[in-house]
Design a protein around this ligand. Structure first.
Ligand SMILES: NC(=O)c1ccc[n+]([C@@H]2O[C@H](COP(=O)([O-])OP(=O)(O)OC[C@H]3O[C@@H](n4cnc5c(N)ncnc54)[C@H](OP(=O)(O)O)[C@@H]3O)[C@@H](O)[C@H]2O)c1
Length: 428
């Protein structure tokens, strides 16, 4: 007999509306021998116009009351935020022994280990496929399909807003500020864009992927984060002249020293699949001992794709599949040992402004050579109306500690007018 699963949905914004529209279109959702029926909803404003009719659905002013209601079997949290009502409601649902599905990467990145402990103690699933790469399978791929693999690294483009902004800056030749304003008008960026352009959203997602890939507790606080707000149009143009495209790359790498989780603007060779991931798309590489490299690309946000990911989690609850929330039981989860970024090695891009006078290039080259940094290529591009001449250098692979010491010395040269801007260059 088909079991009816009563679903409580807290949050009726982009994703919540997408989920309710999806379930209405499907007249419930009946995969895997079960049928999903919404039996309670909660949002901030009951009277706010919605793209679907909620008048027939039981309304809860408080998402915590919905989470604990005896009239629901599965609680779906689509409110957002690492703390506040989202956390309180998820905890209430788990304590009441209800399976929880969430799209909330901030919540899982910050409180994932504690919530996993609660879920596993109660013997109920805590699922979050939609939290990483929206509608593109990422969480289940790492947690389930690759559970037998020894994963070395996960890296990719995990924030569609930043990718849209960088792509539009390149294609239209407009500044970060102009493109951000357009993205806000089009609904691709929030009115407060800090979470996205500051790199925090991508850091939440890569923290979750690191935990799933390496079997450790998510540790958002250990992530090194730099956003795209300091990427100048000049950098995008100079990078292109050198054969690269700038992308906000989130990466998690495991070595004998520990795990390095970081988000930063990165130069990616133009023929690299990540360089060809444009607009709001997301993409990631997973590298492991046996699989070599896997590449996944697809929609990272939006009502339809994200609702489909939430629906897939609902189907998983219906099947009764029970596995650890992360790669191993919550009681065994430990925070990873963070690797000091200064010890990491990569090729680098340096851009700075110099006085237009003889001997400058020689002085910069000598300073870099003395510091142990080897130059790979060099580009000089006069810019109309500028007080100096922008110079770009790329280096051979160098330890970050060596590079930052060299940058300090270059910044002190009397012929250098600003502090060199550093970006890393991705491996091909
Ligand atoms: N948007 C995407 O494409 C996407 C993709 C992947 C993951 N996510 C994640 O999905 C979650 C929801 O995102 P969203 O874009 O749908 O957000 P959203 O459009 O801002 O919607 C948030 C919803 O939460 C409700 N809400 C806010 N505070 C509340 C409170 N105190 N009590 C009850 N309800 C409250 C809001 O109510 P009102 O409607 O009454 O204001 C709104 O319905 C977030 O965790 C986000 O990170 C989003």
């Amino acid at each position: 007999m088909t079991r009816t699963w009563r679903i409580g949905v807290a949050g009726l914004g982009t994703v919540g509306a997408g989920l309710l529209s999806f379930l209405a279109e499907k007249d419930g959702f009946a995969p895997q021998g079960g049928k999903a029926v919404v039996t309670g909803v909660s949002a901030r404003s009951r009277s706010r116009p919605r793209p679907f009719d909620i008048s027939g659905l039981p309304w809860f002013d408080d998402p915590v009351a919905l989470a604990a209601s005896p009239d629901i079997d599965i609680f779906v949290e689509l409110v957002g935020g690492s703390d506040g009502p989202a956390k309180a409601a998820v905890e209430a649902a788990l304590k009441a022994g209800k399976p929880v599905i969430t799209a909330n990467k901030a919540l899982i990145a910050v409180h994932g280990a504690a919530l996993a402990g609660l879920a596993e103690a109660q013997g109920v699933p805590l699922l979050f496929e939609a939290a990483v790469m929206g509608g593109t399978p990422a969480v289940k791929v790492v947690r389930e399909s690759l559970v037998g693999e020894e994963i070395h690294s996960v890296a990719g483009i995990l924030n569609g807003t930043c990718n849209y902004i960088l792509s539009a800056m390149e294609s239209s030749g407009r500044s970060f500020e102009e493109v951000l304003a357009e993205a806000q008008r089009l609904g691709y960026a929030e009115s407060d864009p800090t979470m996205d352009v500051g790199g925090f959203d991508a850091a939440h997602k890569i923290s979750i992927l690191a935990a799933l890939a390496f079997g450790c507790a998510p540790s958002f606080a250990a992530a090194e984060i730099e956003g795209i707000d300091q990427v100048a149009l000049l950098d995008i143009q100079m990078a292109k002249d050198l054969g690269y495209r700038i992308k906000l790359i989130a990466s998690a790498e495991r070595s004998d020293a520990g795990v390095l989780v970081r988000v930063h603007p990165t130069l990616v060779a133009l023929n690299h699949p990540l360089a060809q991931t444009g607009g709001v798309l997301n993409a990631m590489f997973i590298e492991g001992s046996r699989i070599g490299r896997i590449f996944i690309q697809g929609p990272g946000a939006g009502a339809g794709p994200t609702a489909a990911a939430v629906a897939a989690d609902i189907a998983d609850v219906m099947t009764g599949a029970q596995r650890p929330v992360f790669q191993r039981p919550a009681l065994e989860l430990k925070p990873f040992t963070p690797v000091d970024p200064a010890r990491s090695t990569s090729r680098a891009y340096l851009r700075f402004l110099v006085k237009d006078e003889p001997g400058v290039i020689a002085a910069v080259s000598e300073t870099l050579a003395e510091a142990g940094v080897s130059i790979e290529s060099f580009l000089q591009k006069p810019v109309d109306g500028s007080d100096g001449v922008p110079i770009v250098l790329t280096t051979h692979a160098v330890a970050e500690s060596v590079l930052t010491a060299a940058i300090d010395r270059i910044a002190d040269l009397s012929s250098v007018l600003d502090r060199p801007r550093l970006m890393r260059i991705a491996r091909s």
